[in-house]
Design a protein around this ligand. Structure first.
Ligand code: ATP
Ligand code: MG
Length: 133
């Protein structure tokens, strides 16, 4: 059984709510402050992309356990325009803002596991997991 909580993302305040949910769950699971910051940064980037490019979607945070390892999974989904060239957006330096999170390559770096499933005109699902060490 896994525990999952979701935040709908429609506006900038929802991005803050998603971050707070992630921080609370990360803290409860026993992640240290540095990993809590990595997780909340990753959530911000994914929620902001949903807000900017899809307009609406959701971010779910799940407590996971696999072969004795405990971790936190971020599942960001939307039914927006999708990403045409995934390989290109995963190249460092492609992102526009150059902020702390550095977009999707940044999310991949901050987390331990990362996957994108996206289809044009269907939507995008991004899953990223961090394990407690
Ligand atoms: N959920 C999404 N739906 C549709 N397109 C997306 C989505 N997320 C990202 N993209 C596309 O992928 C590109 C790269 O996203 P990424 O977050 O890496 O960089 P960015 O948003 O352009 O810049 P930054 O995040 O650094 O401000 C975006 O410019 C956008 O075209
Ligand atoms: Mg972005």
């Amino acid at each position: 059984m896994s525990i999952q909580s979701c935040v709908e993302v429609r506006n900038e305040w929802d991005i803050v709510s998603a971050r707070q949910l992630g921080r609370n769950m990360a803290k409860e699971l026993g992640f240290g402050t540095v990993d809590q910051a990595r997780i909340t940064t990753a959530i911000s980037e994914l929620a902001r992309n949903i807000y900017l490019y899809a307009g609406h979607g959701k971010v779910c945070i799940e407590a996971v356990e696999e072969m004795g390892k405990k971790g936190l999974k971020i599942i960001a989904t939307d039914k927006g325009p999708g990403i045409r060239d995934i390989r290109k957006v995963m190249e460092d330096g492609y992102t526009t803002s150059g902020g702390l999170g550095a977009g999707l390559p940044g999310v991949k770096r901050l987390m331990d596991e990362f996957s994108i499933d996206s289809s044009v005109n269907v939507g995008t699902e991004i899953i990223a997991t961090k394990w407690i060490r």
